[in-house]
Design a protein around this ligand. Sequence first.
Ligand code: CA
Length: 425
Amino acid sequence: MTIQQAKEYSSWIEVSNSSDFPLFNLPLGIYSSDNESSYAASRIGDTLIDLHALHSLGYFSSIDLPDMIFAQETLNDFISLGKATHREWRARMLEIFGKDCGDLRDNAAHLEHVLMPVEKAEMMMPVFVPDYTDFYSSREHATNVGIMFRGKENALMPNWLHIPVGYHGRASSIVVSGVDLHRPKGQQLPNDATEPVYGPSKMMDFELEMAFITTDGKPLGQRIKTEEAEDYIFGMVVFNDWSARDIQKWEYVPLGPFLGKNFGSSISPWIITLEALEPFRCASPTQDPQPLAYLQTQGERTFDIQLEVAIQPENAEPSTVCRSNFKYLYWNMAQQLAHHTVNGCNINAGDMMASGTISGPTEDSFGSMLELAWKGTKPLTLTDGSTRKFIHDNDTVIMKAHCEKDGFRLGFGEVRSTILPAIND
Ligand code: CA
């Protein structure tokens, strides 16, 4: 699928050139318009499409879909139907909303049930997340953190170029864009202190990541190979893996991240499928040394997705502090999933696998405050004149992702959330 081919899909629903949601995108999410019932939705431009209404009116009768598949609080059951069904759904959506199809367009009574302005909908968590894994797949990020904590000579650990390093995170505290989080409290060891203290984190950070959401995998014991891995990936979201650096630094030896990470991660509400991203496929960085055979991939296995992060202080304009790209990642998603399952570990529909902080080669492409302000030694100045070493109370962090090439744009929208003061108890 080329950019030119994707561009030719145009809808009778109006879409501006700067929108992340042309007809070709067809993201999936869960919305509520009354705070009581939730339904699956898609989106074209600024118009939300209620998939349950569309299904009830018979528009998907050619596909084998359970009656209530879109009238649920999550997309997990739809994801469980598998990629063949997802592709049938997508083909049918492209047909219904294509500019020459009058079936829905010319039926005023149906339109009233199916479409609504996106601003009237509240976007909910799109999936129930059974398990969450966080990788550490950006060479630039791993190198930067390594230099800060171990020095230039030992920046990358000996395993890093051989293994897509990862750890099991906490699924319960993954929240959707718009849900604000309180600054976490915990143990920290202040500089020069010999005894730890307890209190609000003073080094609150974001991590610019993307996550992929899996379909059901294979039975326990069987692995997913790199060449089939994408058949088990439903789609992707933007992922802010909030991190309390002072809590993390004190606790992480020897078992890795724990309370410095598990108080919250925020995701963008619309899941973008790999089919929609297809025109933006590109090559990953060259891998040297060559990975072991079970990790090798052929062809273009990643996507050119432009990323940005802005910090918005209370009552001020947002300042963009980072511009990066998903394609910088050293390990691609097929390698991550193949590695995750090589020991027989099973996966389920709705599992979320985050990339790790996506830093690029230049200082303005670093994906965390830890790196951007280099451990607090180079504070950033925002457009309102204030400075930041880490995230302040009432700062809103906004992450956006989109693909753009030859005048064709398609994207993820954004994930935004505010860090509220620590709960005083
Ligand atoms: Ca992370």
